[in-house]
Design a binder for this molecule. Structure first.
Ligand code: SF4
Ligand code: SF4
Length: 445
């Protein structure tokens, strides 16, 4: 694609990088066929190619963001399906990041939108506030019809019951069982600790059983992905800076082999810390070092000779590949291979490349499109008639749970269960004689 940026505009490194990305696009339109929003709306401006044109037009003319551009970029899920499809290697992710930041700096959104976005960025990253908000949402559910659409969507997504805060999420070290093979830091996360406390507990049980010492490092909190995708750069960077400093202290002594994420949305963002701070003289090197050490939990377990314990669990599983795992981190085969190695009859969902509509805060800010994508995903999952659904990201798990009666668990909970851990709470209602036998024979973790 030809561009005509002024030399003054290109003096800004972010604009120069955006221009380079724009030039790589050859407008072939292959990406439109796999873009969930284009498939739903049929509007070219809701396709990657259409959005790329909007961004080009805005940046090239050094124009402020406007309502039309903001609307179509807000509707983008950042699912990165387009990047998997693009034959020219267009780095859409960093282009849309830059454009969102530009819009946030130059366009005044209507006041209710601004307030909602600020509220989400502030509350979700803070587990205590998020827990309080979800409890209030449960109380407000009977009055949902009286509320505006976006608030109604929040009430629908809020789980009816919340687990209590888990002691696992406090800063501490969990020793490896047997000979220690490695020492890793676990990102406990923010929203996940409130929505489903068993995921971190299962991760710790599974990794320590595999000979890994797991540390929850003091000073680490939210990875910053949510404010980042909302274009709230200062908040996202402040969180990232804090995490980098905390992990770097730990890498200095006593040392860390890697940083483990079990929410793929967080893992994808941690892998981008190096890019985020590339122009920062002080942080560029440590941020790149942190990014290089990030592993998704499925990636790590696959490298650690995972073996199930006892008879195989008699369950069929439909596996949903989270966009931030499959498209964002290119981890596609490991979770399914591990589920099968654990003894589950696991199958990849049809149309696996299409987002479930969760996408961070997308299901709260774009409730109609998110609901349409959830319906599509749930229909595909239910077409497999599975006993349970597995995914590797809390956002997808919450989104899918709100659209089906089939239990949804994290991959790591299933792997933990099949190797001697407790049954995932989401699967408690499933009764199958073979599983009762299996659990009776398997020793407790
Ligand atoms: S597939 Fe790639 S090169 Fe083709 S229009 Fe989409 S982004 Fe541009
Ligand atoms: S990131 Fe997803 S929603 Fe956004 S343009 Fe690409 S494919 Fe479409």
């Amino acid at each position: 694609m030809q561009t005509s940026f002024s030399l003054a505009a290109l003096a800004d490194p972010d604009t120069a990088r955006a221009e380079k990305i724009l030039r790589a696009c050859v407008h072939c339109g292959f990406c439109t066929a796999t873009c969930p929003t284009y498939l739903e709306t049929g509007d070219e401006l809701d396709s990657p190619r259409g959005r790329i044109y909007l961004i080009k037009e805005m940046l090239e003319n050094a124009r402020d963001g406007d309502a039309r551009t903001a609307r179509h970029l807000d509707r983008c899920l950042t699912c990165l399906s387009c990047m998997t499809t693009c034959p020219s290697g267009v780095d859409y992710r960093h282009l849309v990041d830059h454009a969102r930041l530009h819009i946030e700096r130059t366009f005044a959104r209507p006041a209710p939108q601004r307030a909602l976005r600020a509220l989400l960025a502030h509350v979700i990253a803070r587990p205590d506030l998020f827990r309080l908000a979800l409890r209030s949402a449960a109380l407000a559910r009977p009055f949902a019809v009286l509320l505006p659409k976006s608030l109604r969507a929040m009430l629908e997504l809020a789980p009816a019951r919340l687990p209590p805060p888990s002691p696992v999420d406090r800063p501490q070290s969990f020793p490896a069982q047997g000979r220690r093979r490695m020492r890793v830091a676990l990102l406990s996360g923010c929203a996940q600790t409130v929505l489903d406390a068993n995921i971190n507990a299962a991760t710790v049980r599974l990794l320590t059983r595999l000979g890994v010492e797991v540390v929850v490092v003091p000073g680490v909190s939210c990875c910053g992905a949510l404010p980042h995708h909302l274009g709230r750069d200062a908040e996202a960077r402040a969180l990232a800076r804090r995490n980098i400093a905390a992990w770097m202290r730990e890498i200095g002594a006593p040392g860390l082999d890697c940083i483990v994420a079990n929410a793929s949305g967080c893992g994808a963002h941690l892998r981008d810390y190096g890019h985020l701070f590339q122009d920062d003289a002080e942080l560029a090197a440590p941020a790149a070092q942190i990014s290089a050490r990030v592993r998704d939990v499925s990636e790590l377990v696959a490298a650690l000779d995972y073996a199930p314990k006892g008879p195989p669990p008699a369950l069929t599983i439909a596996y949903h590949s989270a966009c931030t795992l499959g498209h964002g981190q290119k981890i596609t085969s490991e979770p399914l291979a591990l589920l099968r190695a654990a003894g589950f009859a696991a199958t990849l969902v049809p149309e696996s490349h299409i987002c479930c509509g969760s996408a961070g805060t997308y299901n709260l800010l774009q409730p109609e499109l998110a609901a349409a994508l959830r319906r599509r995903k749930v229909e595909n999952l239910e077409s497999l008639e599975p006993d349970a659904i597995a995914a590797g990201n809390i956002g997808c798990i919450t989104q899918i749970r709100s659209g089906t009666q089939i239990p949804v668990a994290h991959v790591v909970e299933l792997l933990d269960w099949a190797s001697g851990g407790p049954r995932p709470p989401a699967l408690e209602a499933i009764s199958h004689p073979a599983n009762a036998v299996r659990e009776a024979r398997a020793a407790p973790a």
